[in-house]
Design a protein around this ligand. Structure first.
Ligand SMILES: Nc1ncnc2c1ncn2[C@@H]1O[C@H](COP(=O)(O)OP(=O)(O)OP(=O)(O)O)[C@@H](O)[C@H]1O
Length: 257
């Protein structure tokens, strides 16, 4: 579990995160949603220690990241997996070499065992057959799966995903969402996902944190999103075609229509 307590962050006198507190639950897909510029990325950067908050605490299963020294932070980072926007695979490495990269950096196991672990992760994401291919030879969805395999190679307790569906078609996005959700449950990871994608909210929104202008405006589940009376949340959601239809259907049901 990650607990964010009273996080505030300003840039040159402008408050970008204002007293945010939230809990990101273990074994669940925790989504951060909000309009562009609302502060989602700054919040994630604070959570993973790439930025230091002006005040507040960030507790990783009770361990406060904001009071860690460099060595402690490096140790904690080993427990984090990262899935970057656009996959960020190394073009000059095969799929297998990409997945082995964090193992080569941090694992003391033999080459054979590192290779075995990487192949296990590739099999988990259904990509074993692509082990010898280069990123330029595979589809966007396959690249994303390779990036997921790389993110889980070191068996992280915490998984951070930045816009995991960017650049993917809706069907592939759904498969990637399901894969992230399944590995989160299976490995009991605390997964934090920064997303714009309303399909993801509907599909895997087990714990949703809605940020508006640097303030946590609302927190709840995908089912609660549909029935919420929070005006800011509804305005945000009604901007999405999909959600508007779901909410309208819900409202008609309430009217007995
Ligand atoms: N290093 C920085 N220095 C100054 N201002 C910053 C910095 N990083 C972010 N900001 C500002 O903080 C605000 C929140 O930005 P942030 O990137 O967190 O938004 P976001 O919700 O992630 O948007 P998007 O969905 O478009 O990525 C923006 O107004 C941005 O300009």
């Amino acid at each position: 579990m990650i607990e964010v307590k009273n996080i505030t962050k300003s840039f040159e006198g402008r408050t970008v995160l204002n007293d945010i507190s939230a809990v990101f639950e273990t074994g669940k897909t925790n989504l951060i949603i909000g309009r562009s510029g609302s502060g989602k990325t700054v919040l994630i950067k604070n959570i993973i220690g790439l930025m230091k908050p002006d005040s507040g605490e960030i507790l990783y299963d009770g361990r406060d990241l904001t009071s860690m020294d460099k060595q402690e932070l490096n140790m904690l980072r080993r427990e984090m997996g990262m899935l970057f926007q656009g996959s960020a695979l190394f073009d000059s490495m095969t799929v297998l070499e990409n997945v082995m990269f964090p193992l080569n950096m941090f694992s003391k196991e033999s080459y054979k065992d590192r290779e075995k672990r990487a192949m296990f992760c590739l099999e988990r994401v259904n990509l074993a057959e692509a082990e010898h291919l280069y990123p330029s030879e595979i589809s966007g969805g396959m690249m994303k799966r390779a990036a997921i395999a790389r993110a889980i190679a070191l068996n992280p307790k915490y998984l951070f995903c930045d816009e995991p569906n960017s650049g993917l078609d809706p069907k592939t996005s759904l498969l990637i969402d399901d894969l992230i959700h399944d590995i989160t449950t299976e490995y009991k990871m605390t997964t934090v996902i920064n997303t714009h994608d309303m399909n993801s909210v509907m599909n895997i929104g087990e714990n949703i944190i809605f940020i508006k202008e640097g303030v946590k405006e609302w927190q709840g589940t995908k089912d609660q999103v549909i029935t919420s009376n929070n005006k800011a949340l509804n305005d945000f959601i009604f901007a999405s075609d999909l959600f508007r239809k779901v909410k309208e259907a819900e409202m008609h049901q309430d009217d007995g229509i």
